[in-house]
Design a protein. Structure first.
Lengths: 108, 461
């Protein structure tokens, strides 16, 4: 921990630049039955299906039709995939919802 | 307010909340146009230790239409990146900040500016520095020098600046939102009190400004600098907008976003979303583009405030109370521009497309002696011909809504005497309120108030 002194206040507070780490959520994009619409993002998927710097997120619009938006980089693709949505909903149903999530990461 | 906290959703997202947009032919460089968009309403200058800054996760845009269809023909994009130099201190600055590269500046923010023209993107500048907030006498001892150092010339005659400024907008919020008990007319109000002078509720508050100065030739459709003010091609439409990515994820240590940018805020004419659009539709309005504004035309044609004034001020607006026709005057001012033939020597009509844009006739030169009441005072270079930083827009729009300009479209209509006398804080005959100051050069909005120097507000009985 840097201790600030009168000298550092009045002359030069030294500091080191730090980079904020970005968590990469490696999510494999399931093969979709049908791509409804899409906006390509500039960041290409890597070989394992993850993006370079941003997580892949999704939003299920309609469970009955399997319509889901997949957000990646600065792009979005809307697909219709009942199997994918079924898997997502089954996973969600298997865990009771928690209203408050507390930090669990070391050092948090 | 012009657009400070004007809609329920964006009021909870200040860094993306566009408070004011300005567009005017630069008075000291009349071959250029200056466009300004402000964000972060009501910055208390002493609001540390986490002083105000732009959102790194927000995409800011200034949009220009030169073809009359209210779609962006030229876009200037601004994105920001923040770093922390010393992660072991809570301090914004670890000593006096005497330059933009000072290591005492612990949380510098840089900017990337991109021009989008004809669908092609061109980066005008990367890692452009922005100044710190004005913390106080010890921390930012020579603030003007810091701010001036952040004005960047990015080529092709284009200047940019982004950083904290004194809010140049003035309005008596307390009176407007207390059932429109406009000071100094409160003795005439339905719930009367003794008349007293107006109060500038934005006095000594700062905002964050994005400003760009562009040669006129770079903004017109044919690359010329118009000289004939009667031509349609002399008019451009301007608006600002802000975007966030669709998805946001928060875990134990940070948040991150993903997906395409979607619009969360926009602004052109002051007060449009604030007092024209019903609360239930304000969030929707913020997500749409100006080209989709015809769906809001009915609120302009029959503005709620024009119905309220005769009720709130009994007997003061009898002619306005009887004015039931659609307000062609307001539809022109706010949604299409004023066509030729209504104001001698002037038009800013951009076409039939109804869209909320600031419409600026580029062939009208800056005024040698500008009048803050703009067009209604005979100053063709002022609002609603674009908008200058000092224009008395609240008074101008109050008078327009009260029917003062309706004779332009119906000469038989006689405005109420009060319509031409309405104002908010100042009547404009002596300029803006003395407490609001401006620069006579880019970026025109004055340096921000320092946190150490600011005095708390007082409360009157």
């Amino acid at each position: 921990m840097t201790v600030l002194s009168r000298r550092t206040i009045l002359q030069a507070g030294a500091g080191a630049a730090v980079a904020v780490p970005m968590t990469v959520l490696a999510t494999r994009v399931a093969a979709a039955d049908r791509v409804i619409a899409g906006t390509p993002g500039p960041e290409a998927f890597s070989a394992d299906g993850s993006t370079a710097a941003h997580p892949v997120m999704f939003c299920v619009h309609d469970a009955a039709t399997g319509e889901v938006s997949i957000l990646h980089g600065t792009g979005e693709v809307v697909v219709r995939d009942k199997k994918l949505v079924s898997t997502i909903l089954a996973a969600a149903a298997a865990t009771p919802p928690s209203s408050v999530v507390t930090a669990t990461a070391p050092g948090a | 307010m012009s657009s400070h906290r004007e809609a329920p959703e964006i009021s909870k997202d200040p860094v993306a909340d566009n408070t004011d947009t300005y567009a005017f032919v630069s008075p000291d460089r009349p071959d250029t146009v200056t466009i300004i968009s402000n964000y972060i309403p009501l910055e208390d200058p002493a609001g540390g230790p986490n002083f105000f800054e732009f959102g790194d996760d927000v995409l800011y845009r200034i949009n220009v239409n030169n073809s009359g269809d209210a779609r962006a023909d030229i876009v200037y994009e601004f994105q920001f990146s923040t770093t922390i130099r010393n992660e072991n201190t809570f301090l914004y600055n670890t000593g006096p900040i005497d330059s933009l590269t000072s290591t005492n500046f612990n949380r510098p923010q840089t900017m990337t500016v991109t021009e989008v023209r004809g669908g092609k993107r061109r980066v005008l500048g990367r890692n452009l520095p922005t100044p710190p907030c004005n913390v106080g006498l010890r921390s930012t001892p020579n603030y003007p020098a810091l701010a001036d150092a952040a004005i960047a010339d990015v080529g092709d005659g284009i200047k940019v600046f982004a950083g904290q400024r004194l809010d140049g907008f003035y309005v008596d919020l307390g009176s407007v939102f207390d059932l429109a008990a406009l000071r100094p007319f409160q003795s005439l109000h339905l719930i009367p009190t003794t008349n007293a002078d107006g109060v500038n509720a934005l006095h000594a508050f700062n905002v964050h400004t994005i400003a760009i100065q562009v040669p006129i030739k770079r903004l017109t459709g044919d690359g010329s600098a118009p000289t004939d003010a009667s031509k349609r091609e002399a008019v451009i439409g301007v608006w600002a907008s802000a975007y966030r990515q669709k998805g946001r994820y928060q875990d134990d240590s940070h948040s991150t976003s993903s997906g395409p940018f979607t619009q969360v805020s926009r602004l052109a004419n002051p007060l449009f979303n604030e007092v024209i659009v019903p609360m239930s539709r304000k969030d929707r309005w913020n997500r749409l583009s100006p080209a989709q504004d015809s769906q809001f035309a009915r609120y302009v044609a029959q503005p709620e405030l024009a119905k309220l004034l005769p009720v709130l001020y009994p007997g003061v607006f009898p002619n306005l109370a009887g004015l039931t026709a659609d307000r062609a005057d307001l539809l022109a001012i706010l949604l299409t521009g004023i066509p030729s033939g209504l104001v001698p020597g002037f038009h800013n009509y951009s076409g039939r497309t109804q869209a909320d844009m600031l419409r600026l006739n580029l062939a009208i030169p800056p005024s040698g002696k500008p009048l803050v009441n703009g067009l209604i005072a005979g100053d063709l270079a002022g609002f609603p011909n674009g908008r200058r930083v000092f224009d008395n827009v609240v008074a101008i729009e109050l008078r327009a809504i009260a029917g003062a300009l309706y004779p332009l479209v119906d000469p038989a209509y006689v405005p109420d005497a009060a319509a031409g006398a309405l104002f908010d804080i100042v009547d404009g005959t002596s300029g803006p309120p003395p407490s609001v100051t401006y620069l006579n050069r880019f970026p025109y909005l004055d340096h921000p108030v320092g946190g150490y120097q600011v005095q708390p507000l007082s409360v009157a009985s």
